[in-house]
Design a protein around this ligand. Structure first.
Ligand code: GLC
Length: 540
């Protein structure tokens, strides 16, 4: 059963029977920032329900809800105090059921976020574990004796800053935390932890959840030898440096097989497991999505990609090759700057972000947008003093706080706080937000990102010749252009200035990310920062 360090990765089989989640598009709702119905400044499930038609009209197939379980909120819900309930301030279980039914009635599936790597320090398991070395749930968590000098057991750093170990005075041992000290790590080498989560999965599948986004799916296990992390070469690319920095407790090679039992449970409910596998090497990410493990995994290096043709090409080519249709392509998420900001911000970033979504949305796999991406939002500007993300509030020297992508959804310029809440939102809307960013204003403008996004998703659904195959052939249509052919569709993304491309056949423009695209015979006129999808009618 145990995979050793050098065991070869099993490659995913190219084609498996079609399931509901094939060819789907996902929509992430960071619930706290979507819509507040209770007047506490925090978004809630009835707020999602209030806008369920906005979601369905977009043409997405599933919603992924960030954690809505009871939680003291040190990491805004990623510190779960009870895995089998819905927080009261999110609307409780009744609101969950109502939303589930409303989504299902519109043909939209619902994914929850499961956080298996750690609990809140207020979870009953941890409160028990803290009682002493012999406490019933002690071995649910990772405890180690101090180093001989009394310090932490090794030099591992937490992702959120500082050591990954917290000293517990009462028992004289340290416990491990990949994230905050308020997020003690569970010990997945303990079979009782595995059993507990089997039951949690079933609990939600029985309540009609269609799947889970699996938080930090590459976490879970730690190096059993507790080896210190060696000094990291400052010249390493940042993604690789991060892999190495956290390699004591992330991406351990025996982790992917943990999902084999989850897969059996999920498949018995026809549910989707979509992993957040935050690792830079696509070949390693692919080891999580073999036939008997997770169904899908996010390819997160895209979140660190700038508007650079070669960078995008290098990352996508290898990823597409190894993923065989099983990678999810994040447009934005609550953990990294939004696509619009990564690509330059403002109107330019917005245009490029739309082009990027047309590109990744045409690849085999599952494009997933964060609520607000359909409006072309870039990050909301939040003053450091107003920060809420623990990465910012707990580290004076860190600039990588995540509040920018988490600012509240702008609905209507004529309502208080752009329609998000009657009262001051938990996080500012962003000083750069204006009327043009809102859903109401974009509804009235057929050229708005909102309408373009709807047109793209509708067109994509109709491109059956493209969706039918996971085979991609990369085309060389020009230096500034990334182009590919999938089925009968040519996809071309122009990173440079306006140009003409010679298509491999005559075709018709199916959809484009801007108005600057036109097909005449085999000629594709393509504006800057634009992606076009052309259905070939006849090969040249
Ligand atoms: C994941 C979540 C992130 C959270 C962390 C700890 O990376 O996406 O928001 O802070 O896990 O649970």
């Amino acid at each position: 059963m145990h995979q050793t360090q050098d065991a070869p990765a099993t490659a995913p089989a190219p084609h498996s029977p079609r399931r509901w989640y094939d060819d789907t598009v996902g929509y992430q709702v960071y619930v706290r920032s979507f819509a507040d119905t209770t007047g506490n400044g925090i978004g809630d499930l009835p707020g999602v329900l209030a806008h369920v038609d906005h979601i369905a009209d977009l043409g997405v197939d599933f919603v992924w809800l960030n954690p809505v379980y009871p939680s003291p909120g040190f990491d805004h819900g990623y510190d779960v105090a009870d895995y089998r309930d819905i927080a009261d301030d999110m609307g409780g279980m009744a609101a969950f059921e109502e939303l589930r039914d409303a989504l299902h009635a519109r043909g939209v599936r619902m994914l929850m976020d499961i956080v298996p790597g750690h609990t809140s320090h207020t979870h009953a398991w941890f409160r028990s574990a803290r009682q002493g070395r012999d406490a019933p749930y002690r071995d649910f968590y990772v405890w180690r004796d101090p180093a001989p000098d009394g310090g932490p057991p090794n030099n591992w750093e937490s992702v959120f800053g500082g050591p990954a170990w917290e000293f517990d005075d009462h028992s004289g041992q340290y416990y491990m935390h990949r994230f905050l000290p308020e997020q003690p790590d569970l010990d997945w080498r303990n079979p009782a932890v595995r059993d507990a989560f089997d039951d949690i999965l079933r609990f939600w599948f029985e309540r009609g959840v269609d799947g889970f986004r699996v938080d930090v799916a590459q976490g879970m296990l730690a190096d059993p030898d507790w080896t210190d992390i060696p000094e990291i070469d400052p010249d390493l690319p940042p993604d690789e440096a991060a892999d190495l920095r956290f390699s004591g407790y992330m991406g351990r090679p025996e982790t992917p097989e943990l999902y084999e039992r989850w897969r059996r449970i999920a498949d018995s409910y026809d549910a989707l497991l979509l992993g957040e596998v935050y690792l830079s090497d696509p070949d390693v990410v692919a080891t999580y999505i073999t036939d008997d493990r997770l169904h899908r995994a996010f390819f997160l290096p895209l979140q660190h990609t700038t508007w650079d043709r070669d960078q995008v090409a290098t990352r996508l080519r290898r990823a597409v090759e190894v993923a065989q249709g099983r990678f999810a392509w994040p447009q934005s998420s609550h953990d990294d700057p939004r696509a619009g900001s990564r690509f330059g911000g403002g109107d330019r970033g917005r245009r490029r972000a739309m082009a990027f979504f047309h590109l990744v949305g045409a690849l085999p796999g599952t494009p997933v947008m964060l609520a607000g991406d359909e409006l072309g939002l870039d990050d909301g500007q939040v003053a450091r003093l107003d920060a809420e993300d623990p990465i910012t509030t707990r580290n004076a020297d860190r600039e990588d706080g995540r509040d920018g992508s988490r600012t509240p959804m702008p609905w209507d310029p004529d309502l208080p706080n752009l329609g998000f809440s009657e009262v001051e939102p938990w996080l500012p809307l962003g000083s750069n937000r204006g009327a043009d960013d809102t859903v109401t204003v974009q509804e009235g403008d057929p050229d708005s990102p909102l309408h373009r996004m709807r047109r793209f998703l509708a067109a994509r659904r109709g491109l059956v010749g493209m969706l039918a195959t996971d085979e991609v052939a990369w085309l060389d249509l020009g230096d500034d252009v990334l182009a590919l052919r999938r089925g009968d569709v040519v996809v071309a993304c122009n990173f440079g200035s306006a140009t003409h491309l010679d298509l491999p056949g005559t075709g018709r423009l199916a959809v484009a990310s801007s108005d600057d695209a036109a097909v005449t015979g085999t000629d594709l006129a393509l504006g800057r920062d634009t992606t076009a999808l052309v259905v070939l009618e006849e090969d040249a």
